[in-house]
Design a protein around this ligand. Structure first.
Ligand code: BEZ
Length: 212
């Protein structure tokens, strides 16, 4: 069954390129990004894993641990990593799950038989410190993901988890936010002292609250 937003991310134990991982224990108190790629030694996947490695500091500053997966085995992953490092000018610095028996891929519904009977699709799960799933994305094999978008969503998830705001279309760090509909307009000044605008009774904006 598909994993839905708000579900507890299923726990598992898996072999990875950095040793055995017990997922929940490995996540600890921080955020997690679990993502699948269709297969090792394929071009789009090579660029995606390279990009993820290059964004190490961006994930670290958001307290996000990254974990990749495909249904290839450990030896295949280990043989492929030097190609990623060489061609993408980086060094893979996160674990990749070897899931040849499709155990994790099955519990996370990463196999979409009408797309491929043998490879995982490009799934993305962002998991909060309480282990609930906050974001799911699914891309097909031929379309590489935009990892800046994944960072942007994480920024929004972390902001909206702590403040009574939502983020508008195409929002980026530093831009105005939408005051949550649950806040009465008369209560906005006390909650959002940086100011606010009432554009419509249901559309109120305020400067991003967690910035100086
Ligand atoms: C790729 O990563 O390039 C890819 C993987 C599987 C199918 C098609 C493309």
């Amino acid at each position: 069954m598909a994993i839905k937003l708000g579900d507890i991310a299923p726990d598992f134990t898996a072999q990875t390129t950095q040793g055995e991982i017990k997922f929940h224990e490995w996540l600890g108190e921080g955020w997690g990004l679990l993502f699948s790629h269709p297969a090792d030694f394929t071009p789009v996947c090579t660029t995606e894993l390279g990009m993820t490695a290059k964004l190490k500091d961006d994930f670290a500053k958001r307290n996000v641990k990254v974990l990749a997966l495909s249904v290839d085995d450990l030896e295949s992953h280990k043989n492929w990593i030097p190609d990623i490092n060489e061609t993408q000018g980086t060094s893979v610095n996160f674990p990749i799950i070897a899931d040849p028996e499709k155990k994790v891929a099955t519990i996370y519904d990463m196999m979409h038989p009408n797309a491929s009977s043998t490879m995982t699709v490009r799934s993305v799960f962002v998991i909060a410190p309480d282990k609930t799933v906050k974001l799911t994305l699914t891309y097909p094999a031929a379309t590489g993901r935009n990892f800046q978008e994944i960072l942007r969503v994480i920024d929004s998830l972390q902001l909206t988890a702590k403040h009574s705001v939502a983020t508008p279309a195409d929002w980026k760090q530093g831009e105005d936010c939408i005051v949550s509909p649950s806040i009465a307009t008369e209560d906005i000044p006390a909650k959002f002292p940086k100011g606010h605008k009432v554009i419509k009774p249901y559309l109120r904006t305020t400067p991003q609250p967690n910035l100086d």
